[in-house]
Design a protein around this ligand. Structure first.
Ligand code: ATP
Length: 368
């Protein structure tokens, strides 16, 4: 059986302001019931992409399809209200002269009155606002208004939902519940969700797929696990957590470091490389009278390092070290409470399978 077309597909979208491309040849597909997060730093073009799909802004080139049907190219254009697209943007606005219940009912024209009412009540319950149904927006807090706006956006069962940081105004206690509830509902209804966020933890929690953006383009796309564990470059690795970076130079497909040699296959001699690791993957061993752990093939050689400072962070402790041989600074996170005194000598090992090696690009990339 042929696979159904993507619920949402954009092809080669370009948008420039004053000659600067803020969306640069961006292509993306979202299948029914799938949540894709556009993740990237401020100003990388996430919101512009969403506005183009919504139809409130025109692309310079490229096409948008919904369920295989052309919605917009540079000649043909379905107006925003003709697209089955729901929107939940940061600057949502409720109708001030309508009650909460009427606001949610607003988008439900056409259906039988009893069904509309049931749907509106059901959605208000799911976002925890049923008891405010007869209130007016000005009687609600910002977070409560946002929950009503969510219910209103979900009400007409759009086949595509665009969300721009939709949960940012909710306090922490509410956010997780409402976020999970909203996404469960959208998945149940087979909606394709494209959600913008600049918070990696939020993207990893919600997304089936993450599209990591930089300078208007997608630099990597895939399941959260893959982006976290197989980043395409140092910046992609650093977007998801703090990282340690050790510099090296390739000789005979290897590079020497205080932690032993790392394999760098296929990279020419003299190339400068960055060896990148996450703080939670550093192994720490106590000093045994000046001796460290025995080297293993998986972990490589241990380097002696002294604690610079240790801080308790709640669920984990962050310990900063300086290697004795060359003064490299490294951060390690350890679950629970681990607060060794500054100056304590320990041994650090970098598990090879958890390190990423990238040839340097840009400044400092020249061969030595
Ligand atoms: P944030 O996370 O801060 O919302 P973003 O990734 O959503 O950022 P966009 O809002 O898409 O980024 O903006 C991308 C770039 O385009 C920014 O540099 C912004 O200044 C620029 N930009 C957006 N809209 C316009 C406009 N109407 N005119 C000129 N430049 C614009």
């Amino acid at each position: 059986m042929a696979e159904p077309p993507p619920r949402l597909e954009i092809r080669n979208i370009v948008r420039a302001y004053d000659g600067r491309r803020v969306v640069n040849d961006l292509s993306l597909r979202v299948m029914p019931g799938q949540v894709t997060c556009l993740l990237g730093p401020s100003g990388c073009g996430k919101s512009t992409t969403l506005r183009i799909i919504a139809g409130v802004e025109m692309q310079d080139s490229g096409e948008i399809y919904a369920d295989g049907e052309l919605v917009c190219d540079t000649v043909f254009r379905v107006p925003p209200e003709g697209r089955s697209i729901g929107m939940m943007f940061q600057d949502f606005a409720l109708f001030p002269h309508l009650t909460v219940f009427e606001n949610v009912m607003f988008g439900l024209k056409g259906a039988v009155a009893a069904d509309r009412s049931e749907r509106a009540q059901n959605l208000l319950s799911r976002v925890g606002m049923a008891h405010h149904a007869q209130d007016y927006p000005h009687q609600l807090s910002g977070g409560e208004q946002q929950r009503v706006a969510l219910a209103r956006a979900l009400a007409p069962r759009p086949s595509i939902m665009l969300m721009d940081e939709p949960f940012s105004g909710l306090d922490n206690r509410l956010r997780d519940g409402i976020r999970d509830e909203t996404l469960a509902l959208l998945k149940e209804e087979g909606t394709a969700v494209l959600l913008v966020t600049h918070e990696p933890a939020e993207a990893m929690r919600m997304a089936d797929e993450i599209a990591l953006m930089r300078n208007g383009a997608i630099v990597q796309q895939g399941a959260p696990y893959n982006l976290y564990n197989a980043p395409v470059d140092k910046e992609a690795a650093a977007f998801f957590s703090d990282v340690n970076v050790i510099e090296g130079t390739v000789k005979g497909a290897l590079t020497d470091t205080p932690f032993g040699q790392f394999l760098v296959p296929g990279v020419p001699d003299g190339t400068c490389v960055d060896i990148v690791s996450r703080p939670q993957h550093i192994r720490i061993d106590f000093d045994r009278g000046g001796r460290g752990p025995d080297p293993t093939t998986d972990y490589g050689v241990a380097a002696r390092a002294k604690v610079v400072r240790a801080r308790f962070m709640g669920n984990e402790s962050l310990v900063e070290f300086r290697t004795e041989c060359d003064g490299t600074l490294l951060k390690a996170t350890v679950p629970s409470v681990f607060l060794p005194a500054p100056g304590t000598a320990m041994w650090l090992t970098l598990p090879r399978a958890r390190c990423f090696v990238f040839p340097k690009t840009g400044e400092g990339a020249e061969q030595k």
